[in-house]
Design a protein around this ligand. Structure first.
Ligand SMILES: Cc1cc2nc3c(=O)[nH]c(=O)nc-3n(C[C@H](O)[C@H](O)[C@H](O)COP(=O)(O)O)c2cc1C
Length: 163
């Protein structure tokens, strides 16, 4: 077995970036119901029974405290024409929801983005600190899909699946 004893930040980013990921916007809400959200590729399915998924949020993410306090989040799976939304939710706009017509998830009140390829509403089932990120395992409360093609992220660029 080959073990890396020391891995530079650059090597870590290079290898992780070589995994083609779907792009999501994870949303939550604060105590006053204000929506918060950020772009996240660290999302995956965990279990079918019970239905679980996970997302990893940086300890520096401004939505972290609200997610911990509310105990709920939603995952919006972006479609291939939503790269602009991905940029917006990873950028420094004061209000990322400005001008967006969002829906509120019926189970959690978290923001659901129109035109997303799919959405999941989750209640935090477990939470694990992991280095500089927090892993949230969510139990699915509701979910849905729409027709379309996914937005992907690969080696620092947005990508689309070949038709
Ligand atoms: C394609 C892409 C994927 C990202 N994936 C994650 C992720 O999985 N987890 C995370 O915490 N931040 C991720 N980020 C970074 C956050 O979206 C970004 O730092 C955001 O500004 C954090 O929200 P904040 O500024 O409100 O703290 C990603 C950014 C991009 C562009």
């Amino acid at each position: 077995m080959v073990r890396a004893v020391s891995l530079s930040d650059e090597q870590f980013r290079a290898v992780m970036g070589s995994f083609a990921a779907g792009v999501t916007v994870v949303t939550t809400r604060d105590a006053g119901g204000r929506p918060l959200g950020l772009t996240v590729t660290a999302f995956c399915s965990v279990s079918a029974a019970p239905p679980l998924c996970l997302v990893c949020l940086s300890h520096g993410a401004s939505a972290l405290d609200a997610l911990c306090d509310s105990g709920v989040f939603a995952v919006n799976l972006l479609s291939q024409d939503q790269a602009e939304l991905s940029r917006r939710f990873a950028g420094d706009e004061a209000d990322r929801f400005q001008g967006l017509e969002i829906e509120r998830g019926p189970e959690t009140g978290c923001a659901l983005l129109p035109e997303a390829l799919g959405w999941l509403e989750c209640r935090v089932w477990q939470r694990h600190p992991a280095g500089d990120h927090e892993v949230f395992i969510g139990e699915l409360l509701s979910a849905g899909t729409r027709p379309g093609q996914p937005l992907a992220y690969f080696r620092g660029r947005y990508a689309m699946l070949a038709p």
